[in-house]
Design a protein around this ligand. Structure first.
Ligand SMILES: NC(=O)c1ccc[n+]([C@@H]2O[C@H](COP(=O)([O-])OP(=O)(O)OC[C@H]3O[C@@H](n4cnc5c(N)ncnc54)[C@H](OP(=O)(O)O)[C@@H]3O)[C@@H](O)[C@H]2O)c1
Length: 244
């Protein structure tokens, strides 16, 4: 591992054939972009979202199957992932009810053996403890984790637990760690590195549409199996500097 390059572009063709995918959290911003990328590739798409959010998928409703329900409900996930070759899961820390870890667990328990499982999260997740964070980042994370829990808005440490369970599983997982996101036209497939703090990631910006592109491309990229890539936009100054 130590001699391998740590800065890469994704997109190497994988061996797994993907026909049907499930997108857990399909109604959110990242989820909707992923639905469109998956449809563009000709995949059959099943989307899971909260019942109240089904109208957000109205524009796509005639092209996908929607399974309404809480994403941490094992029965909802069992039905949704049935027959899927890949599952793309938006892990979010909202509420104080272990929503993130419940969602990850339901996917790990019910996806078919051998399915590609792709999860989203932020740079704050570390797989091996070798990420290097600025003092500002660490302090802000501590304050936000504490304050969000205090007002019962979000449980960031439960997103950490969700990823811990994914890392410990023997499934064909990838945890895609997003930088700060922005809206805008696609710039192309983001580049990645194994550790936050690597120079290629310094710009800390990715277009949300391209984050979704990376998630969907990861389905067929065997280099990303059991990896936790931290990504950054391919046209950002740090990515361009690394490329040159
Ligand atoms: N925002 C950033 O700058 C950033 C940076 C790095 C990584 N990320 C990662 O990117 C992913 C997507 O984040 P995003 O910020 O772009 O948001 P997003 O795509 O809009 O997704 C938000 C998701 O959270 C759900 N949600 C919202 N409120 C909820 C609640 N109270 N209970 C349960 N579910 C709720 C939404 O479902 P409904 O449609 O039902 O509301 C939606 O599926 C996440 O994994 C995040 O960790 C984000």
């Amino acid at each position: 591992m130590g001699t391998e390059p740590t800065e890469r572009t994704a997109g190497t063709a994988g061996t797994e054939r993907i026909g049907k995918v499930c997108i857990v959290g399909a109604s959110g911003k990242l989820g909707q972009y992923m639905v469109r990328h998956a449809l563009d590739r000709g995949y059959e798409v099943v989307g899971v979202c909260r019942e109240r959010s089904v109208p957000k998928l109205a524009a796509l409703a005639d092209r996908i199957t929607i399974v309404p329900g809480q994403t941490d409900d094992p029965e909802v996930i069992r039905r949704a992932v049935d027959g899927c070759d890949g599952v793309l899961t938006v892990l979010v820390p909202w509420g104080v009810r272990q929503y993130s870890s419940g969602t990850a667990q339901a996917v790990l328990d019910h996806a078919r053996p051998g399915a590609r499982l792709i999860f989203s999260c932020g740079w704050h997740i570390t797989r091996d403890g070798k990420d290097k964070y600025s003092r500002l980042f660490t302090t802000t994370l501590k304050v936000v984790t504490w304050a969000a829990k205090l007002v019962r808005a979000a449980e960031i440490d439960d997103q950490v637990e969700a990823c811990r369970r994914v890392f410990a599983s023997d499934t064909r997982w990838t945890v895609v760690r997003g930088s700060t996101l922005e809206e805008g036209e696609s710039q192309g497939l983001p580049v990645w590195s194994r550790h936050v703090g690597d120079p290629i990631l310094a710009s800390d910006r990715t277009r949300r549409v391209d984050y979704a592109l990376f998630m969907v491309e990861a389905l067929t990229d065997d280099l990303l199996v059991q990896e936790a890539p931290a990504i950054v936009g391919c046209k950002t100054p740090s990515a361009l500097a690394a490329a040159s």
